[in-house]
Write a protein that binds this ligand. Structure first.
Ligand code: CO8
Length: 227
């Protein structure tokens, strides 16, 4: 299984790789514009008439996007599953209007994620929603498992909120594997600002399980097709 941090197996000269790159760039460009739209939407004080007109305009745009719809079980062609690029991940996906998106890199035996939360991610006024913090940590601890060669699914996530997470502030999320026990992988994670990286605002303990192969095939039929 490839690590999500590893490069794609296709070479840049490969026409299929060029096409994939082109597709991903376009998806990321749309994701970027949609994130700006989401941000503008949750900030707007436009009149009801203007808001209604915009809703009609957005509906017309959405109509253009409905073509080959995928079922939840399908893997997008632009993705690498398992263990690779997820263009529409709600945390790291450059094509997701919901994602901050968090950029992940290796870091001191684990992984680090960098992102900003916007008003769309707000919980208490001016601060991030606790569920969003848990989502960032869950995802990054999952990456830490994969980067350690032990990909798994979350079975337990415990979060402690020590301080509110400021919006529109560069954040540093960290995660690493602390221990493994058969199929269980134990992880720790934290969120701090880039400005004060040693002041932990949220910390988490996560337990992941590498699913039994039969369970994994039942959950992800695509794994059978890939063989
Ligand atoms: C790189 C991309 C990163 C993405 C990260 C995103 C992470 C996620 O959000 S994953 C989504 C949320 N998680 C889930 O939906 C998982 C739901 N759980 C399941 O489907 C199953 O428990 C699954 C598939 C993980 C494991 O099933 P299976 O392979 O049958 O394992 P199973 O035999 O039941 O359990 C293995 C061990 O874990 C323990 N365990 C399983 N579930 C739990 C649980 N919820 N709580 C505590 N222990 C548990 C079992 O007791 C067992 O321990 P032991 O061997 O000591 O008895």
């Amino acid at each position: 299984m490839n690590s999500p941090l590893s490069a794609s197996s296709r070479t840049p000269q490969d026409p299929a790789a060029e096409n994939l790159k082109h597709q991903r760039e376009a998806i990321a460009a749309l994701g970027h514009e949609l994130r700006l739209l989401v941000d503008a939407t949750v900030r707007t004080e436009a009149s009801p008439e203007t808001t209604q007109r915009l809703a009609d305009g957005v509906r017309a745009l959405t109509g253009q996007l409905i073509g080959r719809r995928r079922s939840p079980a399908d893997i997008p062609e632009v993705d690498e599953f398992p263990g690779g690029v997820r263009m529409y991940s709600p945390v790291t996906g450059p094509g997701s209007p919901m994602a901050p998106p968090m950029r992940v890199a290796p870091y001191e035996g684990g992984v680090v994620g960098r992102c900003l939360l916007g008003i769309a991610h707000e919980g208490p006024p001016g601060y991030g929603h606790g569920g969003i913090s848990a989502m960032l940590l869950d995802e990054l601890m999952g990456w830490a498992c994969a980067a350690a060669g032990r990909p798994g699914m979350t079975i337990s996530l415990q979060t402690r909120y020590r301080g509110p997470v400021p919006l529109e502030t560069p954040l540093r999320v960290r995660a690493h594997v602390t221990a493994t026990d058969d199929r269980k992988i134990y992880t720790k994670g934290s969120i701090a600002t880039e400005e004060a990286p040693s002041t932990v605002l949220v910390e988490a303990d996560g337990i992941f399980v590498a699913p039994d192969p039969d369970v994994a095939r039942a959950l992800f039929p695509i794994l059978d097709n890939a063989q």
